[in-house]
Design a protein around this ligand. Structure first.
Ligand code: PCA
Length: 326
């Protein structure tokens, strides 16, 4: 027969399991991400989850699901909003059609360095935070991809070399570039890119050195023209209700680990530029500087896209660009 104290322990144990507010029980969150397990954004998420685990003494366990294994890239935002995943990482430019401000960091040549990308982020951040809050989410942090260049099978000396070729796009803006240069856009998210390229249907794409390495771009592309055209940002989102259901100490742990992840992420993004260039080169990719003609022509494409974007983005867009240029 159980002694009274044994009975008491059993009751207490079941309470702890049933009732998180007692403070011993564990909360489990899923974090949906869309990029390769070894990508620097994903490694940063892993470190974030490990930091939270440590500082909460295992009270909040966050499982990172990389490579679009839980939700496909375009579905992650809605999944976090609806609480199907408590957290998720998205690329903001994917959602430009919903709200132009999401697309500001996909405008070619608006920024040209990590410093200017940070300036743009600072101008964009309060607007993004407000929008996500209205949608029942918290933007925990945001980190840019390294600068975007053109991978191609053939050398690209001018925009004319892009005419008619099959151009992989990952966002509305990368699709729009194809339209403006006369290429044929095919939208493929990063998780499916290696496979799409293996079938030979893609002849060029604009993305980072990081994604070139993740997808072993050298297996199908020969040239990387280093245009450094823009630096799109990923943003890590939390479902607000899930966050509100945590106790204050755990909330603080999440926010603190998120702030650290932002700093670390910007640093790794910079570091990855050189590392991925070396890896591409080692595997036979020809890394080339854009010709003056190509540069001028692409800058015209950028100017046209800024004009189109500005007319869609209205006064919010004007405010953002003014704040950025201030
Ligand atoms: N890689 C992602 C987005 C930007 C980047 O550098 C991709 O190609 O899908």
């Amino acid at each position: 027969m159980k002694s009274l104290s044994q009975l008491f322990k059993a009751v207490l144990a079941s309470l702890v399991i049933a009732c998180p507010s007692i403070g011993f029980a564990q909360t489990k969150w899923d974090l949906a991400s869309a990029y390769a397990p070894a990508n620097f954004h994903t490694l940063n998420l892993n470190q974030f989850a490990a930091d939270v685990d440590k500082t909460t003494n295992g009270k909040l366990k966050i499982t990172v699901h990389p490579a679009a294994s839980l939700f496909k890239a375009p579905e992650i935002k809605r999944a976090v909003q609806g609480g199907q995943a408590q957290m998720g990482e998205i690329i903001l430019v994917n959602f430009e059609n919903e709200w132009p401000i999401f697309g500001a960091d996909g405008l070619p040549f608006l920024t040209d360095s990590y410093e200017s990308a940070m300036k743009l982020y600072k101008a964009q951040k309060p607007m993004l935070e407000k929008k996500f809050a209205e949608q029942g989410m918290i933007m925990l942090y945001s980190v840019p991809w390294p600068p975007q260049g053109i991978y191609s099978k053939k050398p690209i000396n001018s925009v004319a070399d892009l005419k008619g070729i099959k151009w992989r796009a990952y966002s509305p803006a990368t699709g729009r570039i194809a339209d403006l240069v006369g290429a044929q856009p095919v939208t493929v998210q990063a998780a499916e890119l290696a496979q799409a390229m293996a079938t030979g249907v893609i002849e060029a794409t604009m993305t980072s050195g990081a994604t070139g390495v993740d997808t072993k771009m050298w297996e199908s592309m020969k040239f990387y023209t280093d245009t450094q055209a823009w630096m799109p940002k990923n943003a890590v989102l939390i479902n607000k209700k899930a966050f509100d259901s945590l106790d204050k100490t755990t909330q603080d742990a999440v926010l603190k680990a998120g702030a650290a992840a932002e700093v670390r992420g910007w640093e790794s993004s910079r570091k990855v530029v050189g590392e991925s260039a070396a890896a591409l080169q080692k595997n036979g990719m020809n890394i080339v500087q854009p010709s003056p003609t190509l540069k001028t022509e692409l800058q015209k494409v950028g100017a046209k896209m800024l004009e189109e974007w500005s007319s869609k983005a209205g006064s919010e867009g004007t405010a953002l660009i003014n704040n950025y240029r201030k």
